[in-house]
Design a protein around this ligand. Structure first.
Ligand code: F0G
Length: 351
């Protein structure tokens, strides 16, 4: 049983007042599990995965959305809007539903994973599918919120960052201190910004003795920060991080530099390999974008980085169930056979 909800547990670190509604659908308190296979493969002293897919809508967005929606409601707003590659829209739709808010989600048409679309639909959001990519969607929702009394719940909303930083608190609460390195996928760059803030806040509060090196990874076809310029037509099969002009670009760079970390590229082939290994060797079904963190660790270890004395945490940002099409396209296909014992014995071979 979860004793306290996220808003209660970390209240003193969050921008809450006495009139902020305390809501929860079970966000936060996600597992930090020790690696069984990749720890040895990558030669880490200790390797953990933070399973953010265990949040109620299946991604880390719920941590930020619970704060953003509670604050929007406290301030008597009745409508929220976001641009999304899918997860933000699912989360906004769920938390908006708790208060009966009007939830407007602007997504790139045909380019979000099926499970995420299904979530936003069943939670009752207005889905506006544009002929454009995430970056265009974000430009449009920013313009709309300048003109109308609708609250923006992308990570440009500071309450989102405040909520998402609680994942860093949980890691420290579990390990007793910050890890040496934190590996994390980078898309719009809100999450790396949030973790860094969380690590700094906890260090300042005396809850941690150190801060980790922040190791962010962009997909090669969408690597604006690494390439130093916006990508007008970003590509990658990891649709959640198909973003060419990250909103929190400068904050991500600050997190990298202040922490002594890096932001680097992983190719789609590297992301795919990490996605498959997480599933087949660790029993962890993350979505493709989530595997970018693990792909980054594998890449660095192959390039000769020595992590043997290091405690490493990789963030698995979302559940693989959100994107069944990608899983089915990239795994061994089911064996079809008649419903009889002979055929089944033949199919399973000699045990
Ligand atoms: N992993 C997943 C599963 C995501 O959904 C996202 C972003 C990221 C990583 C990257 O995080 O943007 O904070 O750097 N998804 C957003 C969305 C953009 O609309 O759901 P970031």
């Amino acid at each position: 049983m979860k004793s306290k909800c996220l808003l209660e547990k970390y209240r003193e670190y969050l921008p809450l007042t006495n009139s902020t509604p305390i809501i929860s659908i079970g966000e936060g308190d996600t597992p930090l599990v020790r690696s069984k296979f990749l720890e040895g493969q990558t030669g880490c002293g200790a390797l953990y995965f933070k399973l953010e897919g265990c949040n109620p809508t299946g991604s880390f967005k719920d941590r930020g959305m619970v704060v953003a929606v509670a604050k929007a409601t406290e301030e008597r707003n009745r409508a929220i809007i976001c641009a999304s590659t899918g997860n933000t829209s699912a989360s906004a739709a769920a938390y908006g539903a708790i208060f009966g808010l009007k939830v407007l989600v602007v997504v790139p048409r045909g380019n979000i994973a099926l499970g995420k679309l299904a979530q936003a639909m069943i939670y009752g959001a207005e889905i506006l599918a544009i002929d454009g990519n995430f970056d265009r969607a974000l430009e449009l929702v920013r313009a709309i919120t300048d003109r109308h009394p609708i609250i923006l719940v992308n990570s440009l909303n500071p309450h989102r960052i405040e909520g998402q930083k609680t994942a860093a608190f949980e890691i420290i609460d579990t390990l007793g201190d910050a890890p040496d390195c934190l590996f994390i996928p980078v898309g719009n760059a809100g999450n790396i910004t949030a973790y860094w803030k969380g690590f700094l806040d906890y260090k300042r509060a005396g809850k941690a003795g150190k801060t980790p090196r922040m190791m962010g990874f962009e997909a090669e076809g969408s690597a604006a920060i690494v390439k130093g310029k916006p990508i007008p037509d970003p590509t990658t099969f990891a649709s959640a991080i198909r973003i060419g002009n990250p909103a929190s670009w400068q904050k991500a760079v600050a997190a990298r530099d202040e922490s002594g970390g890096i932001i680097d590229i992983v190719t789609d082939a590297e992301i795919l390999e990490a996605y498959q290994l997480l599933g087949s060797r660790e029993g962890i079904f993350g979505e493709p974008a989530s595997a970018a963190s693990v792909a980054g660790l594998i890449k660095m270890s192959k390039n000769g980085h020595d992590f043997s004395s290091k405690q490493i945490v990789c963030i698995v940002t979302g559940s693989g169930l959100k994107d069944p099409d990608t899983a089915i396209r990239n795994a061994r296909q089911p064996f079809e056979l008649p419903a009889n014992l002979d055929a089944l014995e033949k199919a399973i071979g000699g045990f």
